[in-house]
Design a protein around this ligand. Structure first.
Ligand code: HEC
Length: 88
């Protein structure tokens, strides 16, 4: 009887810790701006491309191409595209 209560308490505490930390990490990823994501991701493989080399339509295509190359998430891709289209 007592032992099962302890197990439930440990499971509950573990659940709380898990939900708090998992929430924090996803917030951290999405709180980055498009400019920040562009600066961090697009230099990994080549020189950072200046926003003004392409039109809005061309950026849409190029970033979705780089999404595959760089394994970016949908949110990151959208933010980077938005930033490049606003800055060109
Ligand atoms: C994993 C490596 C990698 C990452 C990360 C990466 N690129 Fe690229 N990029 C490439 C390669 C390789 C090419 C050469 C074309 C090809 O074969 O895909 C390229 C080509 C390009 C080109 C030339 C036009 C085109 O579409 O091929 C542009 C513009 C470009 N990258 C922009 C970006 C931007 C913006 C980002 C950030 C979102 C980015 N890249 C992130 C690897 C990468």
């Amino acid at each position: 009887m007592k032992l099962s209560r302890i197990i439930i308490a440990i499971a509950f505490i573990g659940y709380i810790i898990f939900s708090v930390t998992s929430c924090k990490s996803s917030e951290f990823i999405t709180s980055k701006s498009g400019a920040q994501l562009w600066g961090e991701n697009c230099v990994r493989c080549h020189n950072i491309p200046s926003p003004n080399i392409y039109s809005d339509k061309q950026w849409e295509l190029a970033v979705s191409h780089m999404r595959l190359r760089g394994n970016l998430t949908k949110v990151e891709t959208d933010k980077i595209t938005e930033f490049l289209q606003a800055a060109n």
